[in-house]
Design a protein around this ligand. Sequence first.
Ligand SMILES: [Zn+2]
Ligand SMILES: [Zn+2]
Length: 225
Amino acid sequence: MAYHIDTGLIKEKFKVDTECPLCEIKKIVEEQFLHEFLNDAVMEDNTRIKVGKKGFCARHFDMLFSRQNKLSIALQIGTRVDNLMPEITDTRNVKSALKQVKTLENASKTCVVCDLVEESMVKYYKTIAQMFQREPNFIKTLVSSKGFCLHHYSELLKYSKSAGFFAKEYVHVLGSTQKRNMERLQGELKKFCDKHDYRNALEPLGSAETALPRMREKLYGKKYD
Ligand SMILES: [Zn+2]
Ligand SMILES: [Zn+2]
C-alpha cells in the first residue's frame, strides 16, 4: 500500500483558512487508507498479515465500521482475532498466566491504519521542508498561513533538516509564524473573555466568537470522527 505525496495538496491546504493545514492533509490521507482497507487492500496477502499482527485501534475500527462494507471489516477483524487467540492461554500457572498481560494490554493499541497514516505524514513533513528550500513562492504561502496545531508544529521542526542548507531559515520562519498566530489567537480569546464584561456587551465579537474551538484545534489538533 504505497502513498503518493501530492505537493499540490500541500499548496492547496496551506492556503485554506485553518488553524492547521497539516490536520487537513492528515484527514485526506486517513480517508484514503480507510477507503483502501474497505476495498482492494483486503485482498492483498501482505496487508492481511499486517492486519493480523497489529489490528486496528478503537477509533479506526469505529471509522471502518461506520462505512458501507461490513464484510470487509469482518474478514479483517477475523484475521486479527486468529492472531490473538494463541496469546490467550488457559493455565493454572499464575506466572505463565501473567505473561499474557503485556501482550494483551497492547493488543488494542497497535493499528495498521495509524502506522500507514503516520508513515505518509512523515513524508509530508519532509516534503514541506524541501518545498521551503526549492520554491520561493511556498515560503510566502507558509508565512501567510495561520500556523499549526502544537503536534504538527513539533513534527515540522523534527524534520526540519530536510530543508538542507535552508534549515536555519526554515525553523526561524516556522517559529515566527507559529508565535505570531498563537498571539493572534490568544488576542481573539481575550476578546471573547472581555465580551462577558457587561461594559463590552455591545462590542462586536467578530472572529473572536469561535476563538475557543479554534484554540482547541491549535492545542490538540482538529477533531475528526
Ligand atoms: Zn495539526
Ligand atoms: Zn488507528
